[in-house]
Design a protein around this ligand. Structure first.
Ligand SMILES: [Zn+2]
Length: 134
């Protein structure tokens, strides 16, 4: 898909804070983070919805990155979301949650995180992910 921003990230035409990559999937930090370590996992091939993805290893990639986030950032727990309304390229949201989240609601608000911090967070998760085999 020529104009799809996630396809552009896959092709290297747009930068990302990469946390994971294999043959078929790519993980990077959401640039509108709702938590430290808020990650998106996408198939490299363009699909409209997560349930359209034909490669059965999608969930495995999501779990791998979840484990890497858990090790790297030690959140209280981790949520998943799929909306698919903003960018029309299949993506899972992985949202780590910290401390008392009772006032945050199901989907926390967007946080301000500096580029330097985003870069550090991505490196930490990426590094942990290299040691995770499932
Ligand atoms: Zn796409």
């Amino acid at each position: 898909m020529q104009d799809c921003i996630f396809c552009k990230i896959v092709r290297g035409e747009l930068p990302c804070y990469k946390v994971y990559e294999d043959e078929s999937f790519l993980g990077f930090l959401d640039i509108y983070p709702r938590a430290v370590g808020h990650t998106l996992i996408i198939p490299k091939k363009h699909y409209r919805w997560v349930h359209d993805v034909e490669d059965g290893n999608y969930w495995e990639a999501v779990v791998k990155v979840t484990k890497a986030i858990d090790k790297a950032l030690r959140p209280e727990f981790i949520n998943y979301f799929t909306f698919g309304l903003d960018v029309h390229h299949a993506h899972f949201h992985i949202i780590p949650r910290y401390g008392d989240v009772s006032s945050e609601g199901i989907v926390p608000g967007v946080k301000k995180i500096s580029k330097e911090e985003m870069s550090e967070i991505a490196k930490k998760i990426y590094k942990e992910g290299l040691n995770i085999n499932i």
